[in-house]
Design a protein around this ligand. Structure first.
Ligand SMILES: Cc1cc2nc3c(=O)[nH]c(=O)nc-3n(C[C@H](O)[C@H](O)[C@H](O)COP(=O)(O)O)c2cc1C
Length: 292
């Protein structure tokens, strides 16, 4: 899918350090994507790495990835020669990963209403997981600090988002879970903004999974409600959630869609619904253990 790197140049500095620039064709991930990796190595270790990719440069930016990488190589060569200690301290500094809590199941409660119908769905799902003796956490994006994706594509250089915020905890949890349950109301035909921010920010997990660490992904279930009558109201929402899961390699293991909720008001009144939700979650979990 991703072709191996090609060495563009190698330069020795003071016979102690080697500066190398590599070019990788990532068009298996995105059409025309090319990534440049600059490494600074000693005989024993890689001291520093800088990556930049062609998708970082918007159409109106008068710079391209290869030029930026070559400039960085010159900057590093100068820094290493002129003020070595200061330079090495700066380039080797790495931000620590945020801690996250690991559970068998992650439920994302995507409605901004903490006490609405999606919270009922999330509660049933979480309770069913606990009944099966598994651990679960319910995350509530609207209560978290998560910056929207800005399309910088820098996650394809590092496997991490440039924003170090609460999304890191969600990504860490999803990576370690066996089941992901997304609960969402229909908002103007699709998912609410807070949930959409989370789905977009999963781009960093897509980058990490494809370019850095082949993490095994959970299975996915969608539980959704909408005010109006008719399954057609879910067309866009299901497409968005499915696209997100497919992009991450999450197998879509089931869904429960509840329409006409404006009239019912409280979905606990819908006959048989709780059993359907619990059954879907249980079925998805059995699917996971059958595969293991
Ligand atoms: C801003 C907004 C937009 C909505 N858009 C739609 C819509 O396009 N189609 C629909 O059937 N229901 C729509 N609804 C109704 C919600 O899907 C419904 O009230 C749902 O039960 C809310 O879920 P919650 O109780 O978990 O918050 C909308 C509600 C809001 C507040």
């Amino acid at each position: 899918m991703v072709r191996g790197p090609v060495l563009l140049f190698e330069r020795s500095i003071d016979r102690e350090y080697t500066l190398s620039l590599w070019r990788e064709d990532l068009s298996g991930l995105y059409p025309g994507m090319v990534r440049f990796t600059l490494t600074l190595c000693t005989a024993r270790e890689t001291v520093a790495t800088f990556r930049t990719n062609s998708y970082e440069y918007s159409p109106t930016v008068p710079l391209d990835a290869e030029t930026a990488a070559r400039h960085k190589a010159e900057e590093w060569a100068r820094g290493l020669t002129a003020h070595r200690e200061r330079f090495l301290a700066a380039v080797t500094r790495q931000a620590p990963r945020r801690p996250f809590s690991a559970t068998d199941c992650v439920v994302i409660q995507g409605s901004p209403r903490p006490d609405g119908n999606c919270s009922i769905l999330a509660g049933w799902a979480a309770d069913e997981v606990r009944r099966m003796g598994q651990t679960v956490q319910v995350v509530y994006p609207d209560d978290m600090g998560i910056h929207p994706c800005i399309g910088c594509y820098q996650c394809y250089n590092t496997g991490r988002c440039t924003f170090d915020d609460d999304m890191a905890g969600i990504i860490g949890a999803v990576k370690h879970a066996s089941l992901l349950v997304v609960c969402s109301p229909v908002y103007t035909g699709t998912v609410p903004g807070g949930l959409k921010v989370v789905l977009d920010r999963f781009q960093a997990l897509h980058a990490e999974k494809n370019l850095f660490e082949d993490v095994s992904m959970p299975e996915g279930v969608l539980l959704a409600v909408c005010g109006r009558k008719g399954e057609a109201n879910f067309a866009c929402l299901t497409a968005v959630v499915r696209a997100s899961m497919e992009n991450l390699g999450i197998k879509y293991a089931g869904e429960v869609l509840v329409d006409g909720v404006d009239r019912v008001r409280d979905i606990r009144r819908v006959e048989g619904l709780e059993g359907r939700v619990r059954g879907t979650v249980r079925g998805a979990f059995h699917g996971v253990s059958d595969r293991a």
